[in-house]
Every structure is written in C-alpha cells, then in structure tokens.
Design a protein around this ligand. Structure first.
Ligand code: CO
Ligand code: CO
Length: 365
C-alpha cells in the first residue's frame, strides 16, 4: 500500500478542473475538419459525452476517453474515480461499456512503482463493477501523475441519448450533489476542516451505471454527465444542441453542505472560475448570489447524470432512483422554448427548505 503518498501535491491542477475550459476548447473544435461519415451518429460538434458510430441497424459503438491529474491523495481512490469518470461518458449516451484501455503518465522519479500498481488496481476494481475489464493501455513518463481510460461501449442506434434531444416541457433531473470541486480543492490545500473529502470520494467513485439503467428504462430525451464544465456548462451544451432554453431553480439543486462553507471562504478551483466567466454570455441569474453562481458552475469530477425528460417520466425515474439508493437525485428545473441556447437561474421563493436533495415531489408537474 502507498497511503503515505499525497498524490494531489504532485498535481498543479486536480481532476476535471484540469480540463481546458469550454471557452478555449469549443471554438477550436469548430475550426477543425468535420467528418462526413454517415455512420457517425454523434461527433464532437455537439460537445457530447462520447462519439457514437453505427456498425449496423442494431448496433453502434460508443467511444470516449477521459484522463486527468490526481483529484485525491490515495492512488487506489484516484484510479477508481478516474475509471468511474471515464465510464460515465458511455452511460451518459445511454450505452453499455464493453472494454477499456488505460492511459497513464507516471513520474517514476517521484513515486514508487507500487503507487502505479494501486492506481491500476483501483481502476481494475471499478471497471469490474461495471462488468468489464481493462484490456490494454499505454504508459509514458511524465512530471505529474496522469490517469484515465478510453472506454468503448455499445448502444442501439435508435436509443442514443445525445445532448440534442431536450424538448420544451421536459424537466431536468440531476443524480449527484454538486460541490465536489470545492471540497477536493479544500482537501488539496489542507483546508477541509469539515472532513468532507471522504463523502466526496465515495460520491466520485460511484458509477453512474444504476442512474443510466433508470434513465434508459423511461422516456428520456437528453442525457449528459456533469463533470469539468460544471452543471451549467454541461446544461449549456444541452440547450445549445437542442435549441431550447433551460430554467434552473437554484434551491432545488442538491449541493454537498460543506461546499457552501468552502465557497464562502473563497475555496474555489480555477476551473470553476473559468466556467463561470465563460457562462456569463449564456446564463441570466435572477438575483442569485456570487457564491450560488459559483456552486452551479463548480467543476465536478465524476459528477452525476443530468437528464431532460417529460415530467411523468421524471417522476417515475425519481422513484426508481431513490428505490435503488440514489437519494440525492432531484428535479432541478425545466426546459422552455426561448430564448434558445440560454439558461435562466432563479430561486423558488416559496420554498424555504435548503437544497438537501430529499424532495419527493416534482415542483413542475
Ligand atoms: Co461527459
Ligand atoms: Co468526457
């Protein structure tokens, strides 16, 4: 075991907060040549979670990769979280994982080989939980540890859950609480006074498998996972691809309570600030404090699934999710026709309760 090592001290930026911000990445993607292959059902242009490539009328491949620098200190947990995060992009397309390849950068001048063994063991255990195996990979020397997976999955071409399917009248359902970026940043800086990192690790290492099974069992129109671009960043990808507007009710959004304390203390990842700046052009905040805005933009690592689906389907999904132990799941907003491509954030002034994620009724039905 290599528990004495603090992996986060070797990383300049942690987890999905190390992701290039959307303001940098998306314009670049648009300037690159586009594929004309008719079998490419989902490419990079809609900023989806994974590419989807049709093999025949019954079967399509779901292709994705995700890797980053350490988000936590334990090599085993880092491997497990990175694996759960990479698998999530297959689930977010409505797919089922098939195989995984590991992507590794390892500073063997700074860390003992056992640290790499523990990272790989954490990932192997997590992909086993998803019912698959790591079948190969590639390792380079690097100055910071880097780990992730390239995951291949399958989906029926008729059942792809892309960013582009949201329709006016749908509601938005989120399955994991926000605040993971702030809590992991506090832990990295030795400022996690509330000891919130343990719960954050448990949440980040939880597969989105069960949540995906629930959403594929009801009428779901659009599905993504909330990672480095934050809730509002990934929701922006949905409203843009679907040509609709989203209304988010801030006090219906589940948030880890420690994150409120940390945001007030100014413990905010750089990636979260970058998301917030980028989203200013797309989001109107109706009397929402700066701290609330930052929580909604917080860069998550291995966050939950965000679905757009009809209210009746959302009610069924919420019940199924709670029955299967996903208690933080909550309906957080709705889809409207206009202004297309934008998000409006408001507060439900009749609801005095804090966002504890235990709401059982849909506020929009
Ligand atoms: Co994703
Ligand atoms: Co991804």
């Amino acid at each position: 075991m290599t528990e004495a090592i603090r992996l986060t001290q070797l990383a300049k930026r942690a987890g999905c907060a190390a992701k290039q911000p959307p303001g940098f990445l998306l314009p670049l993607l648009h300037s690159l040549p586009k594929s004309n292959d008719a079998n490419l059902l989902v490419g990079s242009i809609t900023a989806d979670d994974a590419a989807v490539y049709k093999l025949n009328e019954e079967l399509a491949l779901v292709l994705t990769t995700d890797f980053f620098t350490p988000i936590v200190d334990s090599p085993y947990d880092f491997g497990a979280i990175a694996a759960a995060n990479a698998l999530s992009d297959v689930y977010a397309m409505g797919g089922t994982p098939l195989t995984a390849l590991s992507i590794v950068g390892f500073p063997d001048h700074l860390l003992p080989p056992e640290a790499l063994v523990d990272i790989l063991r954490g990932a192997a255990d997590k992909v086993a939980e998803a019912g698959i195996a790591i079948v190969g990979g590639h390792t380079i020397k690097s100055d910071e540890p880097i780990f992730g997976l390239s995951v291949t999955g399958t989906v029926s071409p008729r059942r792809v859950l892309a960013n582009s399917g949201a329709r006016p009248g749908d509601v938005l359902l989120l399955t994991k609480p926000l605040g993971l970026g702030m809590i992991t940043t506090a832990a990295k800086r030795n400022q996690d006074d509330l000891g919130a990192i343990e719960e954050a690790i448990r949440i980040m290492a939880t597969l989105n498998r069960v949540a995906a099974e629930v959403f594929t069992s009801v009428e779901t129109h659009a599905l993504t996972d909330v990672t480095g671009f934050g809730l509002l960043g990934h929701l922006r990808n949905i409203v843009e691809a679907s040509d609709v507007c989203a209304h988010v009710v801030v006090n219906h959004v589940p948030v880890l309570s420690a994150a409120w304390q940390y945001v007030r203390a100014g413990i905010v990842p750089g990636g979260t600030h970058a998301n917030h700046r980028f989203l200013e052009n797309y989001v109107s905040y109706d009397d929402i404090s700066q701290d609330d805005q930052l929580i909604l933009c917080d860069a998550q690592t291995s966050g939950g699934l965000l679905a757009a689906l009809p209210p009746k389907a959302a009610e069924s999904a919420l019940k199924l999710l709670r029955d299967r132990g996903i208690h933080a799941a909550a309906i957080i907003g709705r889809i409207e026709p206009e202004p297309a491509g934008t998000i409006i954030v408001s507060r439900d002034k009749h609801d005095a309760r804090a966002s504890d994620g235990t709401r059982s009724v849909c506020p929009f039905v």
